[in-house]
Design a protein around this ligand. Structure first.
Ligand code: NAD
Length: 278
């Protein structure tokens, strides 16, 4: 009977307490889209969140909207000193960093042919989408290794799984993110630190809507997301940033305590049967 009562109370407490109670998370690119949805989800699950973003006004507005458990810090992930400062800020404010989510990234259209590829733009995208992620992991590991625990997440993309027409630069950058995750998971597992990434597809954030309107300027961007969804993802599902936030919550939490080095594809089934040729 005592065992039953104890189990019952444990079950009750896991249902009422958030999955990230007493955890501190730093999320890059959290002023908007997937990062913002994840910051909201983490806070609703008991975490304290540092919103690190290059966009100061949007970041401050987001932190205000999310309440006292959200704090904004200006951070350009291409500047290692900004990333290092953001991590140190988390430590000085909360004495710990449990979750580092390297989510900041930019979209980029590439020409149809590699012959016409703009290498200056290539460098810019790699600086944010790849070097920024490496800097995030480097500085998170610096403070997580001594504690022997931590969860590091990154946002890759389905274009990092299968490539795509007119996507060379972006696709290469996201293949690199998945490679970084695999490589770093193998080193950091020895320190009790898990490293995973999520690969979304066509979540209607400002990022995707902007991309769509560049490709098809004559048609409403939101309409294009609907078209893409109609050609090959779960029917009747209205995908949103919150779907990625749910995946991030799972990977960040102790529910995923035995998962590291994973690329979790969240695409409504798209990559399982279709080429990315829109
Ligand atoms: P978004 O544009 O809504 O948000 C991106 C955020 O990153 C913005 O707040 C922006 O200010 C910030 N940012 C940009 N450059 C930065 C820098 N140098 N330093 C710090 N912050 C910077 O886009 P989103 O869709 O939420 O994208 C988030 C991540 O998801 C990106 O890595 C993107 O590649 C990836 N992704 C998105 C989709 C999708 O369907 N939306 C699909 C695949 C991958």
């Amino acid at each position: 009977r005592a065992l039953f009562t104890e189990s019952f109370h444990r079950l009750l407490s896991t249902q009422t307490r958030g999955k990230l109670e007493d955890k501190v998370a730093l999320i890059t690119g959290a002023a908007s889209g997937i990062g913002k949805a994840t910051a909201t989800k983490f806070i609703n699950n008991g975490a304290k969140v540092i919103i690190a973003d290059i966009h100061q006004q949007l970041g401050e507005e987001t932190a205000k909207e999310l309440g006292p458990n959200a704090t904004f810090i200006t951070c350009d992930v291409t500047q290692e000193s900004d990333v290092s400062n953001a991590v140190d800020f988390a430590i000085s404010k909360y004495k710990q960093l449990d979750i580092m989510y390297n989510n900041a990234g930019i979209a980029c259209r590439s020409p149809l042919s590699i012959v016409d590829l703009d290498l200056a733009l290539f460098d810019k995208v790699m600086d944010i989408n790849v070097r920024g992620v490496v800097a995030g992991i480097k500085h998170a590991a610096r403070v997580m290794i001594p504690r022997g625990t931590g969860s590091i997440l990154c946002t890759a993309s389905i274009t990092g799984v299968m490539g795509g027409v007119a996507q060379h630069t972006y696709s290469i950058s996201k293949f690199a993110v998945i490679g970084i995750v695999k490589s770093l998971a193998s080193e950091l597992c020895r320190h009790g630190i898990r490293v995973n990434c999520i690969s979304p597809f066509a979540i209607p954030t400002p990022f995707v809507l902007g991309e769509m309107s560049q490709m098809y300027p004559h048609v409403d961007a939101q309409k294009h997301v609907e078209i893409v969804h109609n050609v090959g993802v779960l029917k009747g599902v209205n995908c949103e940033s919150n779907d990625i936030a749910n995946a991030a919550l799972f990977l960040a939490s102790d529910n995923a305590k035995y998962i590291s080095g994973l690329n979790l594809v969240v695409d409504g089934g798209f990559t399982s049967f279709k080429n990315l040729d829109f």
